[in-house]
Design a protein. Structure first.
Length: 679
């Protein structure tokens, strides 16, 4: 060792020195310092150990200049699934992916030519089982002193897992972008600091391009997109709310004024830091319109069902009420006939009769609403029918209101009871008159119109077909939505007490429905009202309606009639009335009793059957059929307070059926009996 403690290596050689006699006399020694050599040997040994350790722990391949492998680390065998012997018998082209082979060969050629000494390349190998193995290789050349290539050393890193993750990420991003761009909804994100656009999809781009003519660019801010400062302020508030409150959704009327959008705001966060605000926008205009239309149709359907229910109730009440009114009316007439006008009771009897007639008018209106009023339809030209009513209608509304008549050209015909048109126009014009304060104008129009499936989709009760439109418009006070929802209900009125029964529009509604028509109302407060009535077109030719003159005297007769009525009071009144006019009257309170009487008079000496329609046990129509089987030539007159579809189809009377509506004046019964017997 040196004085400083360093260790030295040396080779020591010694030679013994002897005298002449061969005795040891001393020694000659020589010491050679080999410290540097030993240190070099140790360094070489350490280097080789480190090299072999690194070689075994890394993926290293040493190749000769001809491409054959000189040395392969075990990890390379593990990476590709081959044994050492299998790989040593192969060259790199056999295990390189075909798509990467050309690039790999090009780099090797450049090393062989001396153009480069090393290169780094990302490539794919093929595993023994066929799988793709991704690798990052760093190739270095080893040359002799003359610069000739001796061999190459490749250090390889297996990056398969990383590449699979990257490819999966790229695929996911591509798929997400494709999905986002494929939707017509608007998706975008903004910088939370300056509200500038960061990303956006085709939906947002197309929306602004079509609605505003603006080509969306990254970095655009609200003031670049919206026309007024109010919208800019509103959108900034949206973003601020997202920053403060987190995700939320809202419906928003877009700047076009007619577009409804649904917006959802979310925060974009990473490690707790907000780096953006994402917004999902969906145009829900059509959906909202569909919802509003559905609600409108539901209201119409509910209204129709409500009217139907009220109609059934009204029809039932009218039936019983008409019977009672008939008794009161008949006895009042008989009492008046027996009383002198100068008697004190005479005015009272007149008032009773007047009240009874008014009550009968109310029940007729109820029946019209309930669609149980007997109708005798005719083929009409509405222009002629309305034209004939104008004089009466002008008297009805007064001189301060201008009545304008616009008849349509080449108007189609309709099949409807003429008295129904009278009722419709009278009721509508009275309502229009009452809605006008002072001077005003009412307009009546007719025209042809057709509806297809698409037209009818927005109206619950309208069916496709051809119609004649009868329109009545006024410039009166108009109605609000709440009033419009009730106007067809019986007894609903906005008029003062004593100025309206609330049955006028209910009557119109019932008549329109009874004739398979449709009625619609347009009104706004202060803007007037328009009623539009659509009546189905008739292909038949119109027949001019002639008004028959009313007979001045009650006609008399000598025939025998059979009267069937389960209301005893009405039966007695009818019997007395007809007998007073010369008729022979047989009476029966039940259909069974009536059939017994007919059997007794099967010879045909009974000329007319007068029967109520609704009776216990057997209705009037069935009774008439039994009577006809016995006496085929006997005529029949039906009486009823409502139709109940027994003698009429949906309230429309057949041409060969005779009918008188209860309650009726006794004189009208005598007139009707005479008409039936003489026809």
């Amino acid at each position: 060792r040196q004085k400083n403690g360093n260790r030295l290596w040396a080779i020591v050689s010694a030679t013994a020195i002897t005298d002449a006699e061969g005795r040891f006399d001393g020694a000659f020694g020589m010491i050679t310092d080999i410290t540097d050599r030993k240190q070099a040997e140790e360094a070489l040994r350490d280097g080789e150990e480190r090299y072999h350790s690194l070689f075994d722990q890394s993926i290293v391949v040493v190749s000769a200049k001809d491409g054959k492998w000189i040395q392969i680390s075990p990890l390379f065998c593990d990476m590709l699934g081959y044994s050492m012997e299998e790989l040593m018998g192969m060259i790199f082209t056999q295990i390189t992916h075909p798509d990467d082979l050309a690039a790999n060969l090009e780099q090797i050629k450049r090393i062989v030519k001396g153009e480069i000494d090393n290169f780094i390349l990302e490539k794919r190998y093929l595993h023994k089982n066929g799988d793709v193995v991704w690798a990052n290789i760093s190739v270095t050349s080893i040359r002799d002193t003359f610069g000739a290539l001796v061999q190459t050393v490749a250090v390889i890193q297996n990056i398969t897992e990383r590449k699979q993750y990257e490819m999966a990420l790229v695929e996911s991003q591509t798929m997400t972008k494709a999905i986002v761009d494929s939707t017509s909804d608007m998706i975008w994100s903004v910088d939370p600091d300056n509200y500038g656009l960061q990303t956006f999809n085709h939906g947002l781009r197309d929306y602004f391009l079509h609605k505003r003519g603006i080509s969306i660019q990254k970095g655009m801010r609200p003031e670049d997109l919206f026309p007024t400062e109010d919208f800019v302020k509103l959108w900034r508030e949206f973003y601020q709310r997202a920053l403060k409150e987190g995700p939320y959704s809202m419906d928003y009327i877009a700047y076009t004024g007619s577009v409804m959008m649904q917006l959802t705001f979310n925060l974009l966060k990473c490690d707790g830091k907000v780096f953006g605000i994402s917004v999902f926008g969906k145009d829900i205009t059509e959906r909202r319109r569909a919802e509003e239309e559905k609600e409108k149709l539901s209201e119409q359907l509910f209204q129709a069902q409500k009217m139907e229910s009220i109609g059934r109730l009204a029809g039932g009440v009218a039936h019983d009420f008409n019977n009672m009114l008939g008794v009161i009316m008949g006895h009042s007439e008989m009492a008046i006939a027996k009383t002198s006008p100068n008697q004190s009771i005479y005015p009272d009897l007149q008032e009773i009769l007047k009240a009874t007639q008014s009550s009968a008018d109310l029940t007729r209106q109820l029946l019209a609403f309930a669609r149980k009023q007997i109708a005798i339809p005719k083929i009409l030209d509405l222009n002629d029918t309305v034209g004939n009513m104008l004089k009466m209608l002008r008297r009805l509304i007064g001189e301060n209101i201008d009545l304008v008549w616009h008849p349509g050209d080449d108007l189609w015909n309709v099949k409807v009871d003429p008295t129904h048109i009278d009722q419709i126009l009278a009721n509508l014009l009275v309502n229009a008159r009452d809605a006008i304060a002072g001077d005003g104008k009412i307009t009546i129009e007719t025209t042809n119109i057709g509806f297809d499936e698409a037209d009818c989709a927005q109206y619950a009760e309208l069916t496709p077909g051809k119609y004649v439109l009868l329109s009545v418009s006024d410039n009166g006070s108009g109605m609000n939505h709440e009033t419009l929802s009730h106007i067809f209900e019986p007894f609903y009125t906005t008029k003062d007490v004593g100025k309206g029964t609330g049955l006028g529009l209910a009557t119109v509604y019932g008549i329109v429905k009874q004739n398979n028509g449709y009625i619609n109302v347009y009104s706004e407060p202060g803007q007037g009202t328009t009623f539009k009535i659509y009546l189905p077109r008739s292909e038949s030719k119109a027949i001019p309606i002639t008004v028959s003159e009313k007979e001045e005297n009650t006609p008399r007769g000598m025939e025998t009639v059979l009267m069937v009525e389960d209301e005893e009071s009405l039966l007695e009144l009818g019997k007395d009335t007809l007998e007073a006019q010369g008729y022979t009257v047989l009476v029966a309170s039940t259909p069974e009793k009536a059939l017994n009487i007919i059997q007794e008079h099967a010879s045909g000496d009974v000329h007319l059957l007068i029967t109520d329609v609704v009776m216990p046990g057997m209705n009037g129509r069935k009774l008439a059929e039994h009577v006809k089987a016995i006496c085929p030539d006997m005529k029949c007159l039906f009486m009823s307070g409502y139709t109940s579809d027994i003698i009429a189809d949906q309230g429309v009377l057949d041409e060969d059926v005779y009918f008188i509506q209860k309650p009726f004046p006794l004189n009208d019964l005598a007139v009707k009996v005479h008409q039936v017997l003489t026809q």
